[in-house]
Design a protein around this ligand. Sequence first.
Ligand code: BGC
Length: 847
Amino acid sequence: MDSPHPRLMWIMDDARQGAKQIAYQLAVSTDSVELSKGTANIWQTVKIVSDNNRVNYNRKGLQPYTKYYWRVSVWDQNSKINTSAIASFETGLMDKSNWKGTWISDNNDMNAKPAPYFRHAFDLTKKIRSARAYIAVAGLYELYINGEKIGNHRLDPMYTRFDRRTLYVTYDVTSQLQNGKNAIGVLLGNGWYNHQSTAVWFFDKSPWRNRPAFCLDLRVTYEDGTTETISSNKKWKTALSPIIFNSIYTAEHYDARLEQPGWSTAKFIDTAWKSVINRQAPSLNIVAQTMQPIRAVEKIPAQSIKKLDGKTYLFDLGRNISGVSSITVKGEAGTIIRLKHSEKLGKNGYADQSNIDIHYRPTDDKDPFQTDIFILSGKGEETFMPRFNYKGFQYVEVSSDKPIDLKKESLTGYFMHSDVEPVGTINSSNNTLNKIWQATNNSYLSNFFGYPTDCPQREKNGWTGDAHIASETGLYNFDGITIYEKWMADHRDEQQPNGVLPSIIPSNGWGYEWGNGPDWTSTVAIIPWNLYMFYGDSKTLGDNYEAIKRYVNHINDLYPTGLTTWGLGDWVPVKSVSPVEFTSSAYYFTDVNILAKAAKLFGKADDQQKYEALALKIRTAINAKYLNTTTGIYDKGYQTELSVPLYWGIVPDSLKHKVATRLAERVKQDNNHLDAGILGAKAILSALSDNGYADVAYSIASQETFPSWGWWIVNGATTLYENWNIQADDALSLNHIMFGEIGAWYYKGIGGIKVDPQSPGFKNVLLTPNFIEKLDHFESEHTGPYGKIKSSWKRESGVVEYSVTIPANSTATVFFPTGKKVSANGQVVSAGNGLKVVAGSYIYLVK
Ligand code: BGC
């Protein structure tokens, strides 16, 4: 990492009731042995009386290339000390002036198709203690040392606006180096840097586009304490690799006849290789990639194989994924195999891409959509798996120009995504509900590749609206903070001086013309706010503060009345269409409201006052124009129109119940089915369950006929779709996350695990379980910054047994549904205004 102030966090693992930290002491050292003996040469705090479990390293002077060891001692409620195991973090270059390498590439232009190899052989004469490889790349890469691929990341580095931010990745390569002769190899792919495929967003015309290039420092520390750096420079050699074409958007083509065995080993003779050229750095902002990498996280064997004709087979993975397929096959040299990936099948049983290739504008037939091409070397069994591409698919149609023999085991799928740790689980007595939850997670992960995307096939675009809608679902289920932190940096890189953001981020320039109103680009405020709520860490909110302010000020300049018509509105609705001005103004209000709260948090009193007033003005304008205070109906009274103001806090308190009742009635009128697009679907479930209508919310959430989440599932979905109508001609990707709020609602609306805005990061947990009549049991767990929170219940002979776990050093306020008798250990519990509980596990009986 390059951060001068890394955050140090710890969790108190103590199941005792009332377990709590009353003080802590931190120690940081470059010497782990000394640290284990109790001395720290870098930083040793005194005993600090505090229950904080996250501290930013706030000393000056972290050195580059240094491993820091740290540990924490914690005093519990009985003043007993516990000391953690030793943990560590390591700094990277810290400053761009530390780079020794030169940016290099081969001498081809951006239209050249084959991916380039680079190699360099060198001697290491002294005994090696440790070694690190630092590699910054414009494009994608794989790094090799002495013939071995380094690390298990895929599609590194993550996509950024390359001309504004360039990421570098660090590897510990101590064990790959040897005394004497060594060689290092780099294979470069195009990624988003050199987008050769042509589609409606014109990434082929990106301002940063160029032939991929890289800069590398291999820093070796010897036993005698001296260091030596092997760097990219004119001594390196280059040649073309067997990857004859690669596109992040479409596919990869590989000619195994062009393989050069041993190309990254010291023995390899590279006299036929060419000289490299020096290149300009893509940007001067070169920073460590401090985030979970993309990996091939799950291996998915083909479920079935069918021979469709003499030259074509069809593989079915049994589920829809983002990622790649790997094929192992034997055949004659020069045999051309095509692997066409699709989410669905046509009537004839062949792969059908008609729902996902609609925005693709190929200029010839050489770059077929989601279709890898593998040309065999003829040397026995051969395996191909693309390196610089991924797709969205369930089916792979494999055809060849000469007959080949394939069996089910010949093809395997790999589910790829940012490898974020799962932190939530849901289970219930309704299997459809459980499957919806899984499908939501599948779509969330399928759309998480170092930035959130809309879909893994048709676009792979960082659509802002889809991402803020899905962010709570994401944070309840996965520890994704590092990806969002990086994506918020992408926002700041992208923002115009006047505050405007594009609808897709990162962007090549597309998206400033269309789709970038507050209903989409509110990501700039909503995501930092959600990070603060879920992690209790206001860093990103602080980093984005000025960006939010500029954004909000700009809308205020354009729309001084408080109402804005800028936006797309309730996208992909079922039937009823709500006014764009209504939904966009609600998001505008939300951003200003977040800004006012952030101003308060950061002690900016003038801003607080200004933006509280602006928020009030917007809210008043929305209510004045759209709310009938007598009936409690907004506009025409559609589901979206009643849900959005309830969810985002626009309804006057005195009318909340009335509006919620109108919403519940409206849902009944709509036959307990949804009538909403993505903005309505974000709001409706919580709008109901937060206002006394959890069972109505459940009736929608558990529906199995059109239009509903369950309708997708009973029709075989393993991911969420883009359209309620599964026969739609348009907008029918089968892997979209924009209807994904339901994955968060299970925690909020049934389990009732909620953040307490007064005490974020689950320092105090709000528990508002809803014991849904139609469910026999429901289990929810979420691991937050203090540990695992559990909220589970089961019903037996009319009595609900409710089990709760609150992790050490945190508390909870439990709200039971009104009108219930609650007891614990045979004692009646009075839980009127919320029952305050300390850490520990509890069982309540609710009648
Ligand atoms: C994307 C959506 C996105 C929308 C914006 C679509 O093409 O797939 O998910 O939010 O455009 O309108």
